[in-house]
Design a protein around this ligand. Structure first.
Ligand code: PA5
Length: 488
């Protein structure tokens, strides 16, 4: 079987001059790389540490076959009865599912019955507070033919909670007393308002609000191989293949030798370019329409994991590590991810990539074999007889060349084909590379305290009880200032 290849050539000074990494840079960072490798390994082999520090995601591809069978059984039941599924969730409870659907289902899956092969249409909602889409969707779907999956680890997330409340009401009104049998919840096993609701409904009727747990030690953005499984089964993706790909990648990404370990190499080269060459923008550019949502998934992974204000402080208690924010070490670090897609965005962001500030590193994802291909008809044009797959690959090569000419660093991930196996491997690679980059930056890659600011403000204004006094005081004493002169 062909392997995914990682081409790092254009990140080196040999190809992009002073904007690239030199061997000397690698030699200098090597002690930190060895420490990072040792540290991650120490945590990953110990289940207590993995769960405590939120690295349990690394074990997800090793989940039991029995679990997959059970999930497939539930999916089969849903598919047999319902034409539509509304999947509610945001952030890590949404982006992985959307990425999977776009990458692994036929394009226009929802639109054409023949493509779905008796599987339900999937609509993603609860990922925005814009009322337009949900309103239109509910007006047009048949409630009795619609199943609802609500995914929220905390059960508290405003977008998902608000949408779920509306959808629940819609089902209740239109389906009757047993409406809960059309709801499936994926949430924390023991806490949160959604879990509470699930327990209450289950007490009344075991077939109502069936559910699966989000595993301990698995954060939202690292949880596709946990909370995304029912969705994968519903759309007919072979979960074992996804896990198989992820496991093979895990093996690769555990190698000590930097030149054998693509995740470490990716993290090391990007860290050098970020710290020494000021490359703070990460452009993720698959040359594939179907991988665009995977780029969106990566945006969340990179931004929430590594965009951090404070350094990580490691405290050891009873032989176990605890990671806390070191408020004496302000860092404000993290590369800024920008999703793009070839060839579409060659006619937009590419101008800036080539001639704008030289502060970016582009990651291309190049697909070697497409599931479907097209040939341009005719004889008298340079395009005549050319396959679209050849053209898109040529466009990727051309973009790489053009960036090189301008001394703009890039790297290319070559995927033999967008299948469940390679997609599983790709996700695992990015997760491990991000964990490694977190080690090199010395930040906690598995929390997202920065997201709290807007949430607190909203909760305060909405009158949620329990807002900490200091937070309430900050909101009261430091309101948004609006000088009318500046509003034109
Ligand atoms: O990575 C994360 O943990 C977050 O992005 C969450 O996935 C997101 O905020 C949604 O949270 P929840 O699943 O609790 O609704």
């Amino acid at each position: 079987m062909k392997e995914i290849r990682f081409d790092f050539n254009n990140l080196f000074s040999t190809n992009v001059g002073e904007h690239g990494v030199r061997q000397q840079d690698i030699a200098e960072i090597m002690p930190s790389v060895d420490n990072a490798h040792y540290h991650l390994k120490k945590i990953l082999v110990d289940s207590v540490s993995r769960i405590k520090l939120s690295l349990e995601w690394a074990q997800l591809p090793y989940q039991d076959k029995q679990l997959i069978k059970e999930i497939q059984k539930i999916a089969k039941e849903i598919s047999a009865k319902y034409e539509n599924v509304i999947s509610l969730g945001i952030g890590g409870s949404y982006l992985g599912l959307k990425a999977a659907q776009d990458a692994l289902c036929p394009p226009y899956y929802n639109e054409f019955k023949a493509l779905r092969k008796n599987k339900p249409r999937i609509y993603f909602e609860g990922n925005n507070l814009d009322p337009e889409t949900l309103q239109v969707l509910l007006k047009n779907l048949k409630p009795k033919k619609t199943f609802v999956i609500v995914i929220s680890k905390s059960g508290e997330t405003t977008e998902t909670k608000a949408a779920f409340t509306v959808v629940e009401e819609w089902l209740k009104k239109n389906v009757g007393k047993k409406y809960g049998r059309q709801i499936f919840a994926i949430t924390d096993p023991g806490s949160g308002t959604l879990r509470k609701k699930v327990n209450e409904e289950q007490e009344k009727d075991k077939l109502s609000f069936r559910n699966l747990p989000l595993l301990k030690g698995v954060g939202g953005r690292f949880s596709e191989f946990n909370m995304g499984l029912l969705h994968l089964a519903l759309v007919g993706v072979n979960i074992e293949d996804v896990f198989f790909g992820a496991r093979d990648m895990a093996e690769k990404c555990s190698q000590e030798d930097l030149y054998e370990n693509p995740a470490s190499m990716y993290a090391v080269l990007h860290t050098i370019l970020y710290k020494k060459k000021n490359k703070s923008i990460a452009v993720m550019m698959p040359f594939s329409e179907t991988l665009k949502s995977t780029a969106d998934w990566y945006v969340q992974l990179l931004a929430e994991s590594l965009g951090k204000k404070f350094a990580r402080k490691i405290i050891v208690k009873d032989g176990l590590e605890e990671w806390v924010r070191d408020e004496n070490q302000m860092m404000c670090v993290g590369r800024t991810p920008v999703p793009a897609r070839g060839t579409n965005d060659l006619h937009s962001i590419q101008q800036n990539n080539i001639e704008g500030e030289n502060n970016k590193v582009t990651t291309f994802i190049r697909v070697e074999k497409f599931k479907n291909d097209l040939k341009v008809p005719g004889k008298n044009d340079i395009l005549s007889g050319k396959k679209f797959s050849e053209l898109i690959q040529l466009a990727q090569e051309a973009t790489e060349w053009a960036l090189n000419q301008e001394k703009r660093p890039s790297c290319t991930i070559v995927i033999p084909e967008v299948t469940a196996y390679y997609w599983g491997a790709l996700l695992y690679f990015f997760e491990m590379a991000t964990a490694f980059e977190g080690e090199l930056l010395n930040v906690n890659a598995f929390d997202q305290p920065g997201v709290e600011g807007y949430k607190n403000y909203m909760y305060y204004k909405l009158g949620k009880p329990g807002i900490p006094q200091d937070v309430a005081k900050q909101i009261e004493t430091k309101p948004l200032v609006k000088d009318q002169k500046l509003i034109l």
